[in-house]
Design a protein around this ligand. Structure first.
Ligand code: HMG
Ligand code: MG
Length: 316
């Protein structure tokens, strides 16, 4: 891919749905993934191997993984499907499914495991029930175990531009230090999570400068913006200017974080694709198809469509 290609990581089936109180039927989740797979997306975050007591909506991610392995959704090209795993138990649960069902070689799909650290101690406690150092220690085992089975690994860092408990004063140097730790442990990519949506153009720029100063390559960085304050596309513009080419987003702007009170969804994938298209850059994603999916899934979970672009395209 050239410098004008942007890779979108669709996180709707995981980040978008994890916070929904009402249990979403498994067939709806699978239908969402199948529909998304047909749009040209190359990366779909499909579930989460976390404690069901903590995030009930993600229980059943094992059968989502099984479905992806045994009846791969139709797609124009290979898809990288990712699943969160916060500890060895999560990885083990994923591996049990992977042991039983090998990837269908014909479609060249890949499976990725994501670990997730936090940039603030309070958020780490709320989200993982341990401090940052302990979480990194646990991730070491997850990363090594995943790598031993040739799985790609992503390392999230949450609350990088603001924490619901500690406010906006998150040290960019501390984020870069955690990112460096994760990369040294073997993660293939860092995703910088603006969990609260508190990020602004200037704070995004400072963070990316700190990442650069720590010697972290743009190719190893994804930006994950939530649109709580409506700044996600501004922050995306700043990140693109800085040379970032990987962005996370969620169809229909679904989502929130169970441990980040008040946080709304990720930036909508429709809005992201429209914006990137408008710059003459490429995502390879079929925008009208995506808009239909955003409208459909919003209806399925009794939410209003949170994508401005989706609503505009559909005239709704
Ligand atoms: P804990 O309570 O300290 O764990 O939670 P524990 O080891 O004491 O285990 C408690 C129970 O959970 C035990 O079961 C374990 O077996 C079970 P019990 O004996 O009570 O029946 N357990 C598990 N079950 C299934 N899968 C597992 C697992 N681990 C333990 N992997 C723990 C620690 C990490 C498990 C918990 O805090 C947890 O699951 N946290 C996940 C929270 C989460 O999923 N948050 C949302 C994702 S992060 C996010 O959204 C941000 C992001 O989008 C980026 C951004 O926006 O910034 C990525
Ligand atoms: Mg998130």
């Amino acid at each position: 891919p050239g410098d004008d290609h942007v890779r979108i990581v669709e996180v709707g089936p995981r980040d978008g749905l994890q916070n929904e109180k009402k249990a979403i039927p498994q067939h709806t989740k699978i239908e969402l993934i199948s529909r998304l797979a047909r749009t040209g997306l190359t990366d779909i975050e499909a579930g989460s191997f976390v404690a069901p007591r903590w995030v009930p909506q993600m229980a059943g991610s094992d059968s989502i993984l099984q479905h992806i392995l045994t009846s791969p959704p139709q797609s124009p090209g290979p898809i990288n499907f990712s699943f969160l795993a916060p500890n060895a138990r999560g990885l083990k649960n994923a591996q049990e499914v992977l042991k039983l069902h090998t990837l269908d070689a014909s479609n060249r799909n890949t499976i990725e495991i994501s670990v997730f650290a936090a940039a603030s101690e309070s958020f780490s406690q709320k989200n993982l029930n341990c401090d940052i150092a302990t979480s990194l220690e646990r991730f070491k085992e997850v990363i090594q175990g995943a790598k031993a089975h040739d799985l790609r690994v992503r390392g999230y860092i949450s609350v990088v531009l603001g924490c619901p408990f500690e406010g906006r004063d998150i040290s960019p140097q501390r984020v870069a230090e955690i990112a460096t730790n994760l990369l040294e442990m073997g993660v293939d990519e860092i995703s910088l999570g603006d969990t609260t949506g508190m990020g602004t153009g200037p704070s995004t720029r400072s963070l990316l400068k700190a990442m650069h100063a720590a010697g972290i390559q743009n190719e190893d960085i994804a930006c994950h913006f939530h649109d709580t304050y409506g700044q996600a596309l501004v922050n995306t513009a700043v990140s693109l200017e800085h040379g970032i080419r990987i962005f996370d987003s969620s169809v229909g702007g679904l989502g929130g974080c169970p441990y980040s009170p008040g946080a709304t969804g990720n930036v909508a994938t429709e809005d992201m694709v429209y914006f990137i298209d408008s710059l003459g850059m490429k995502t390879g994603i079929d925008l009208p198809a995506l808009a239909e999916i955003g409208e459909w899934i919003s209806g399925e979970i009794d939410r209003s469509n949170a994508s401005n672009v989706g609503k505009a395209i559909l005239g709704s």
